[in-house]
Ligand binder design. Structure first.
Ligand SMILES: NC(=O)c1ccc[n+]([C@@H]2O[C@H](COP(=O)([O-])OP(=O)(O)OC[C@H]3O[C@@H](n4cnc5c(N)ncnc54)[C@H](O)[C@@H]3O)[C@@H](O)[C@H]2O)c1
Length: 264
């Protein structure tokens, strides 16, 4: 897909990777970029920079997603590309005292934002896209959804679920000309990365959000399911499937090292 002339929505577009996506889409000639975020002030600031529109939206609320879709289409026309990008870095514990955690709260919040938000976007856009002959979903997930996030079971698990949903979305609707890409970087220099303990996500170097946005434009152009700004991730995926037990052993070593560093 070329984004030139397209109507695009970016959730979590007020900051970080989402903000860089909004700028990249605008620079590539999108007809309208809609910034949907809980952070209304920064959403408006980004929208002003890209001659776009801003909506205050909590992606964990189905009604908020419905509002963004309905208002975007009413004001600017059919949504060609919907980017579910909003995410949170909750539930990190570098000591990993108990993978089950202490309460449901980080699990439920992560589930709502990382998974159900993607489901709601599909639920309300698929009928519209099918009726007009196609569309595109870009879901920002993480390398943690393909590998794991040492120190955060809730992040890892919900990002895995997001990969599972995106696969099924792509399979279910290939016949309807609905395309799906998943963006799975390791460390990207954003507020979220700065808010979590330093860990293996930065092992291959943190990228800038702008670099990631460039990779997204290339991935959309090629319409590949998997967009990997850190190409090393493909090698790690292969190692995981080649020998699961050895891979878990290696990850457990990283966990042990993390405990040592944070326990000092
Ligand atoms: N930064 C990284 O290292 C990294 C790596 C892999 C994947 N990711 C993923 O990239 C995505 C973007 O993260 P980022 O690094 O740019 O972080 P960020 O904190 O800079 O931006 C996240 C944005 O999402 C918004 N948001 C959070 N909860 C929301 C909600 N309920 N409704 C609407 N908006 C909400 C925030 O207000 C913020 O603007 C996330 O899905 C994250 O999991 C980030």
């Amino acid at each position: 897909m070329q984004v030139t002339g397209k109507v695009v929505v970016v959730t979590g577009g007020a900051n970080g990777i989402g903000k860089a996506l909004c700028e990249a889409f605008h620079n590539a000639g999108a007809a309208k970029v809609v910034v949907a975020d809980l952070d209304a002030a920064n959403a408006r600031a980004v929208a002003a920079m890209v001659d776009g529109a801003a909506f205050k939206c909590d992606v964990s609320q189905e009604n908020d997603i419905v509002h963004v879709i309905e208002e975007t289409e009413r004001q600017f026309g059919p949504i060609d590309l919907f980017c579910s990008n909003a995410g949170i870095g909750g539930g990190f514990d570098p000591m990993s005292e108990n993978a089950g955690g202490a309460s449901d709260e980080p699990w439920q919040r992560s589930w709502a934002i990382h998974v159900m938000a993607h489901v709601y976007a599909a639920r309300h856009l698929i009928p519209r896209m099918r009726a007009r002959g196609g569309g595109y979903f870009l879901n920002t997930i993480s390398a943690a959804g393909l590998l794991s996030q040492v120190g955060s079971p809730a992040y890892s698990t919900t990002k895995h679920a997001a990969v599972g949903f995106a696969e099924n979305l792509a399979i279910s609707h290939k016949a309807h000309n609905i395309k799906v890409s998943i963006l799975c970087p390791q460390g990207v220099d954003t507020n979220m990365l700065r808010s979590i303990p330093k860990g293996p996500q930065s092992g291959d170097g943190d990228l800038t959000p702008e670099q990631v946005a460039k990779d997204v434009l290339a991935g959309l152009e090629q319409e590949t399911f998997l967009i990997l700004p850190h190409p090393q991730v493909l090698g790690y995926m292969r190692k995981k499937t080649e020998n699961y037990d050895r891979w878990i052993g290696g990850m457990a070593k990283i966990q042990a090292k993390m405990r040592e560093e944070f326990g000092k």
